[in-house]
Design a protein around this ligand. Sequence first.
Ligand code: UD1
Ligand code: CA
Length: 468
Amino acid sequence: MRIFGIVLAAGQGKRMKSKLYKVLHPVCGTPMVGHIVGLLDQIGCSQKIVVVGHGAEAVKAYLGDKAEFVHQQEQLGTGHAVLQAKDLIGSEEGITFVLYGDTPLILQDSLEKMAILVQDEVAAVVMTAEIDRPTGYGRILRDDQNLLAGIVEEKDCSPEQKAIREINTGIYCFDNRKLFAALEEITNNNASGEYYLTDVIQILRERGEKVVSYLTADSSEAVGVNDRLALAEAEEIMRQRINRQHMLRGVTIKDPATTYIDATVTIGADTLILPGSILKGATSIGEDCIIGPQADLTDSTIADGVSIKYSVLYDTVVGAATTVGPYANLRAGTKLADNVKVGDFVEIKNATLDTGSKVSHLSYIGDARVGKNVNIGCGAITVNYDGYNKHMTLIGDNAFVGSNVNLIAPITVGQGAFIVAGSTITKDVEEDALAVARERQTNKPGYGAKLRARMLRKKDNKDNIGGE
Ligand code: UD1
Ligand code: CA
């Protein structure tokens, strides 16, 4: 049996009050429509059609080849939107999930159960939910045998219907041909003047078809994001689900309430996530790590046994047993090998530090290749920018860069070289050399005491004048 998926994503999302098109608003790091299309993949959907209209180019650019697209020129309602897919799949045999692009919390398990319910005699399954505050949702109507009779939109509800707490989640599974046949009959004769997909339920029933409901046990699935309040609600629910999944797979999360992990992040077992940590994008973390408190990681790859405290990492690779922080800022293109130490107030950008190297305090390393077992002293920096161009610094294995050294790039420091603290290095340093580039020190005996006496005299004179 073929499975089709139609995702409605053509509405404007006015209630979001946003420049960003509604279905592109992220929930736990992934745009809502991305969650839906991903879910269709998971259930083995063979053809995914996304109905686009407002913001069509942006939605297409985001989804790329993950779906096919049909255009709904005018947004005349959800039923009209589904009809746009008719030319592509209207006459195919199979089952079709219709999902709304603003309903990101649907569970795979529910869709699988609905697919089983749609058998030869069943034309449609509607997922319903019982919720305390049904405002804004379509209400479920039942006949005297308690069977699904139809769906009435809030705007069209009588006062009695408004009190119904069973709502339409907007998640449906249809017999494909029966869906498109029934869609031909919908009208826009309602309070909104729109062609409602929900009317299909009543139409199918009138045609003598069997329609059934699937009441979800987890009403959080139903959250439809129409405004920023619902967006925050969806974010919170998905965040809890994600944290729970990681914990079930062996990750310790000290305080799930203050831990923010995108849907795209992977974490190995026995890793400990401490409070205030934010893990985003294509980040993957190995086993036995200690992440946080307050680690902010984006698109970064962390090997096993790593510790990262109070630090920001973006597009960074960290090798096994390396330690970062507290208070490090690792920017795009940072690559740390195994057993590296990056300490407090260190910024690194587009730089590689090989095994065993240390940058322990107060350094800037930008556009550099640092070899193995290099020690970069406190306050030492690479001077990579001349106001126009960026230049590379190359430091060989086992080199020692003293405190407060400026390495003015482009520059090469050979293996085993030793750079004396406080030096400003402008010329390459050859292997095993010692470089010193600072003023020679002179001491003047007794001069400190003389100076102090002179200063005191000056101060006394000033105080006397002031006192008269
Ligand atoms: C819809 C349902 C309602 C249900 C609720 C669940 C209808 C008529 N109503 O209401 O019963 O309780 O979802 O969340 O279906 N869209 C288009 N083209 C259009 C109109 C809408 O693509 O012409 C898309 C929107 O972009 C959105 C989705 O369809 O992603 C749902 O539309 P929306 O206006 O949000 O419907 P609701 O009022 O939430
Ligand atoms: Ca909606």
